[in-house]
Design a protein around this ligand. Structure first.
Ligand code: PMT
Length: 410
């Protein structure tokens, strides 16, 4: 396992009594050969001084967005590009609000808004502030934007109250970072590959009419993005959708189940397969070359046949079975019970069960509410949240499973 040696950390010091702990964290970083640059916010300066920070980091402390002395030396974009990771410590309730609405009012918020790096927030505030609906709502928004969080912990706070709101200690933050970089490094070295199916399929009866469903492709797309963010080489095989896909993701667009199956087969071998597509179960046996006339008797008698089952093919593939096969299960009743049956029938490692009977989650919504079920029947339910948030949880569970699997094999 590697350490944090030579990593570059940009530390944004916020305005809270716990700001003084930034100095202990910097000391820990320097002892472990981590390069640290800092941005001191205006309110952070009420608690720690630029001189004490610079003495420890041996680097200049950045303060003002319009600093004539430093803008030529390093601008706000370059500061973020330089870093391997950005930390905001302490993250106050007020700072969370600014981030959740995308404010860029000073150097710190501008750097964060313009950043393409992962950002770790370390909240510290009074317990009532933390549990206030506004803060909890901001937490959800920020998690959805992809911010990472450590803490807050339970304990006695500076104001004398007890509860959740105490900032994680420098040691806890340091060990979180060690795990974070170790995992990134491990994934990079393993060169894991994943394929994800998403969206509906269209099965044409004639050149203009087809059988399909309401799937937008969002949930699978978000899972693909989340896997990629973990450093896994990911290919998305997507049925017809209006989504605008990120240029950074490898995507193959398909129309029918037959094409989807063809692309899946072409993408093997992979370590992970996630089948989020709502593949049409049936297709017309014959597709008419020309548009079928309205009065044609053919419409009274459309013959259908079963489409190939892609998930089934993957999980029962003796020669090239992905190490982790994940299915989705769309149900409108007895969701858990029916999905537990499906995990056995389809022989997959995990099944993500979603209730698709409601309009505000599941098909064609930005939200979903899922239960993650494993082969032993253990159920982890995730309350309704953005599909991106749910995708991150699923991707992390898959990665942990894969790493454990690899450890057992090696
Ligand atoms: O696309 P969105 O609008 O974001 O909506 C997301 C979703 C609701 C479509 C998604 O979360 C979901 O549930 N996808 C699976 C839908 C589905 O077809 O479920 P199922 O229970 O019918 O199928 C079970 C599994 O078998 C699925 O993993 C499916 O991809 C797979 N399957 C099914 C049939 C088939 N011919 N081939 C398959 O691979």
């Amino acid at each position: 396992m590697m350490s944090l040696k030579n990593k570059k950390i940009l530390l944004v010091i916020g305005g809270g009594i716990s700001a003084y702990k930034a100095l202990d964290l910097i000391r820990l970083f320097k002892k472990n050969d981590v390069d640290v640059k800092t941005i001191l916010t205006k309110s952070g300066k009420e608690f720690v001084t630029p001189l004490s920070i610079t003495t420890l980091t041996k680097n200049k402390t950045f303060e003002d967005i319009f600093d004539k002395n430093t803008e030529a030396e390093i601008d706000h974009i370059a500061l973020s590009r330089w870093a391997d990771l950005i930390i905001v410590l302490p993250t106050t309730a007020n700072f969370m609000t600014k981030l959740s609405i995308g404010k860029a009012e000073d150097l710190a918020t501008t750097v964060l808004l313009a950043s393409d790096k992962e950002i770790l927030l370390v909240p510290a505030m009074n317990v009532r502030m933390w549990f206030h609906k506004a803060t909890q709502q901001n937490l959800k928004i920020l998690q959805d934007y992809g911010y990472l969080f450590i803490g807050p912990e339970k304990g006695e706070m500076a104001c004398g109250e007890y509860g959740e709101g105490k900032m994680s200690s420098p040691r806890q933050i340091f060990s979180y970072l060690k795990n974070y970089f170790d995992q990134k490094n491990l994934v990079k070295n393993k060169n894991f590959k994943a394929l994800v199916t998403t969206g509906p399929t269209k099965e044409y009866l004639d050149p203009v009419r087809y059988i399909s469903n309401e799937s937008s492709g969002k949930q699978g797309y978000e899972v693909a993005l989340a896997l990629k963010k973990l450093g896994i080489k990911t290919k998305l095989i997507a049925g017809p959708s209006n989504l605008i896909y990120s240029k950074n993701l490898k995507i193959k667009k398909v129309t029918s189940a037959k094409e989807m199956m063809y692309e899946v087969k072409k993408s093997l071998p992979v370590d992970i397969a996630v089948c989020a597509a709502a593949v049409s179960d049936f297709k017309p046996i014959n597709k008419s070359k020309n548009k079928i006339k309205k009065d044609a008797s053919k419409f009274n008698n459309i013959s259908l046949e079963k489409n190939p089952d892609i998930l089934d093919y993957l999980s029962k593939n003796n020669k090239a079975r992905p190490k982790i096969v994940v299915g989705f299960s769309a149900e409108t009743e007895n969701v858990i019970q029916n999905s537990k049956k499906k995990i056995k029938e389809k022989y997959c490692d995990l099944i993500i069960a979603n209730d698709v009977s409601k309009k505000d989650s599941g098909f064609n919504s930005d939200y979903n509410k899922v239960s993650i079920i494993d082969k032993k029947g253990k159920v982890k339910s995730i309350p309704k949240n953005k599909k991106s948030y749910i995708a991150n949880i699923i991707a992390n569970i898959i990665l942990v499973k894969l790493l454990m699997n690899d450890k057992n094999i090696n």
